[in-house]
Design a protein around this ligand. Structure first.
Ligand code: ADP
Ligand code: MG
Length: 394
């Protein structure tokens, strides 16, 4: 269902509590990738230019309800200030009288960043008192943290019980793009699923099975499907405990008319390390002492052909150990295939996004989902708490 966004809200002179996902990767106190901060800029800039008082809140890392000095949000406030070209005040708490006093003195168009909300145990417990304390700081709630929307926490869901809740632009964009895959995708609709393990992606595989025309399976998880087909996979990463599930997926697909493609050849080596001698073998001939680390050329050709004929493509999970040079060919060819699709393409997943970035083709993909876990849960067909609490558009 469509949700109200900040375009539908009266924000002038209003205190807006904006939940963002500033859970950025850090190394020795420095931000190593600021794309999550950049992703929230359209919402923040809209609120500033419409005269709102912008109160930003986020989590960072896993402090587990205690103050962890290394997980304070000061470096984030600094970087955000640089990106916005204006001062971003950082407070050392996220609730309490001092925060309240600061916030009531804010002028329209100013921006403040609260402290890491996960310093309080009430955040992950979705404690109503903590949610109410945060809500008391503001007139409206804006949720732009799609990456945290699958969690029912105080600052992503609980707070909406006390003040009206609107989607920010990143939230709106994610829900629209992923929603397009779930409702009325243009056909043929192809899902490309790879990555390490079947067990990580079982729910999404099952839900997509009924919705797609083609399901292409690669990466480490393909090995479990190869086991289900009766092949030996040598020393490859595989999950024998998931073989039965894999077999059921293949059976269900053939009954439902969904075309499932599995690798017919793979790149094998003794270990996923650079400089290892690698070779291509058919899936019938994976040597006992070797690991399948990428899809082979015949498989790539078949997959690329299916993707090329598709009107909608969703891709999650690399086709091989793309971090290591001799095993990234299948993943890079898949990125190129998606880039060439004349239709709607979505890529989700942390490693998959790095792979697309590596290919240099990011701008040829229609939607790069920043959500990770949230995108997968959305495609599992689950309702995300951080989305369902938002006001309906009606
Ligand atoms: P994403 O983060 O995009 O959701 P995953 O985390 O599920 O993707 O999977 C990515 C990981 O899967 C990568 O680290 C990659 O090295 C690994 N992987 C892909 N193919 C294989 C394989 N054949 N054997 C072992 N690991 C693999
Ligand atoms: Mg990953």
């Amino acid at each position: 269902m469509a949700k109200k966004t900040i375009r539908d809200a009266q924000v002038k002179d209003k205190r807006c509590f904006v939940r963002v996902d500033f859970n950025v990767p850090m190394k020795e106190g420095r931000i190593t990738d600021d794309s999550r901060i950049r992703a929230a800029l359209p919402t923040i800039e809209h609120l500033i230019s419409h005269g709102a008082k912008v109160i930003l809140a986020s989590h960072l890392g896993r402090p587990k309800g205690k103050v962890v000095p290394e997980l304070r949000l000061d470096p984030v406030a600094l970087r955000l200030g640089e990106l916005l070209g204006r001062k971003v005040v950082k407070l050392s708490d996220c609730v309490g009288p001092e925060v309240g006093a600061y916030v009531s003195g804010m002028s329209p168009g100013s921006v403040v960043l609260l402290e890491n909300v996960r310093f309080y145990p009430g955040e992950e417990k979705n404690d109503p008192d903590f949610a109410r304390d945060m809500a008391s700081l503001a007139d409206i709630f804006v949720n732009d943290a799609f990456g945290a929307a699958h969690r029912a926490h105080a600052s992503t869901a609980g707070i909406a019980a006390y003040i009206p809740a609107y989607a920010g632009f990143l939230m709106e964009k994610e829900v629209a793009a992923l929603g397009k895959l779930m409702e009325n995708p243009e056909r043929p609709f192809t899902a490309v699923i790879g990555g390490a393990k079947v067990s990580d992606k079982l729910a999404v595989l099952k839900n997509l099975l009924d919705r797609v025309d083609n399901l292409l399976i690669g990466g480490g998880m393909a090995n479990t499907f190869l086991l289900a087909q009766g092949h030996s996979v040598g020393k490859s990463l595989a999950e024998p405990s998931m073989v039965e599930e894999a077999r059921e997926i293949l059976e269900k697909a053939s009954k439902g008319g969904t075309k499932v493609l599995l690798p017919v050849d793979v790149v094998v080596a003794a270990a996923p390390e650079a400089g290892m001698p690698a070779k291509v073998v058919d899936v019938q001939g994976i040597p006992e002492d070797m690991m399948a680390l990428d899809i082979g050329p015949a498989t790539r050709k078949a997959y690329v052909a299916v993707v090329g004929e598709s009107k909608t493509v969703f891709w999650n999970g690399p086709m091989g150990v793309f971090e290591v040079e001799p095993f990234r060919g299948g993943t890079l060819e898949m990125a190129a295939a998606l880039a060439g699709v004349r239709g709607f393409t979505v890529v989700g997943g942390g490693d998959s996004l790095s792979a697309v970035e590596m290919s240099g083709l990011s701008d040829k993909i229609d939607h790069l989902s920043t959500g990770g876990g949230a995108s997968l849960e959305f495609l599992e067909g689950r309702e995300l708490p951080g989305v369902s609490v938002l006001l309906d558009k009606n």
